[in-house]
Design a protein around this ligand. Structure first.
Ligand code: ZN
Length: 139
């Protein structure tokens, strides 16, 4: 009989701009190692509808490019219906298309990721304090 183990952790982070990228790779990676799960998966989920979790290289130019692309694809105040509620339809839309969570393999007790695959919380309607959940499941 194989017993599946599960551990979760919730972190709180502060963003400093309306659009912002916060690198959470180290938090995710250390939590996975603390869990002592040899083989399984790690889910990283944002608990908000105006944010996303994205994975890519931590290079300042690229990070600016990502924010620029978000601005270009999801322009603010472009006549969105939801803007009549709280003026942040662009942030909700970007979240829908970019996704609120990402999943990673856990192998040999470690988070499996490529050398240039950092994990970012993408703020789409900041600055705010945000909650992100990590869930590691496996054996
Ligand atoms: Zn809204």
């Amino acid at each position: 009989v194989t017993v599946l183990k599960a551990h979760f952790k919730e972190i709180s982070l502060s963003t400093s701009k309306r659009l912002d990228l916060v690198d959470i790779t180290e938090e995710v990676s250390s939590f996975v190692q603390e869990c002592k799960i040899e083989s399984g998966i790690c889910l990283v989920t944002s608990l908000h509808s105006t944010s996303a979790i994205v994975v890519n290289e931590h290079e300042s130019g690229l990070m600016e490019d990502i924010l620029r692309k978000v601005r270009e694809e999801f322009p603010r105040g472009a006549g969105w219906h939801h803007d009549r509620v709280d003026d942040n339809a662009d942030a909700h839309l970007a979240s829908v298309f970019l996704g609120h969570s990402k999943t990673f393999p856990v192998r040999d007790g470690r988070l499996e990721r490529g050398m240039w695959q950092n994990i970012f919380f993408l703020e789409l309607d900041g600055p705010r304090t945000r909650r992100v959940l990590f869930e590691v499941m496996g054996v």
